[in-house]
Design a protein. Sequence first.
Length: 337
Amino acid sequence: MASRASPRFSIIEVARKAGVSPATVSRAFNQPEIVHPETLAHIRAIAKRAGFRPNRVGRSLRSGSTRTIGLILPTLSNPVFAECFEGAERRARESGYSVMLTATGYDPAVESAAVQGLIDHQVDGLILTVADAARSATLDDLDSAGVPYVLVYNESSDHPYASVDNRAAAVDMVAHLAALGHRRIAIVTGPLTASDRARRRLSGARACAKKLGLAPLQHIAMSSHTGSDADALKTALRGKQAPTALFCSNDLLATAVIADLVALGLSVPGDISVCGFDGMRFGALLTPPLTTVAQPSDGIGQAACSNLLAQIHGQPPQSNRLPHCIVVGGTAAPVRR
């Protein structure tokens, strides 16, 4: 005979077995941060043995909250965004929230569609990176709809965000290169229309070069944010006024540029110095290790999620500017005279 499935345990039965009130069991699953750790572990152990799972669908219908947040990032192929996701997801999980993730491929049209899709799923709020925070119709839509959100990596005077100071970080890197004796520096970026972060880094680098009396900063634009173009590099490196150092707007782009330079017969840093931006862990594994601006991507994700959760619970929007630092590797060396 076919066996019948055992009846699903209720929250009251879990409370009885745990020796606590049903309200405490409810808090253990819905607001675990306010339950004593020993009590929380005890309740969850009993619930696990009993096969109890909270009915989140029913709860969301009753409370009007899904305890889910949306996370919209340009890509996960760049480790900087993967680390941000890990930080945000861990912080959300600690507070009993789930995360729905989508990637936009740096496309503003996809950004808009992704936001609408997550709103349709009744997320309680959003963490997102947009192409241009100053001109984002997506952010205007969120403001109109009253949906809480926090930007990551974008900086804005009009929208809450978690980021480093991209302009100041670029200033510090150009100053570091200048201290190594470099007078002719070029910055390498992907399409500026799809990354206001790259524009801020370019602005900071140019301002620092001007302040220090260096040659006007050259800009080498690539068609991809993380891919190099050997022909563009060859053109930029022609002539007596060619740059002696390349500052790339992210670490993946820096590694791609180094590969092309080596293919062109150049030595890094013997013939030309190269540095990046992000501080990805793989940079330390290169030979020589990558010189870069390090930003705390995991911390950016955590800070954004904490700010979003505070908004969801009625607090005013806030912004966090996290610290950056220069990681001195071996790909940037004193200029050859």
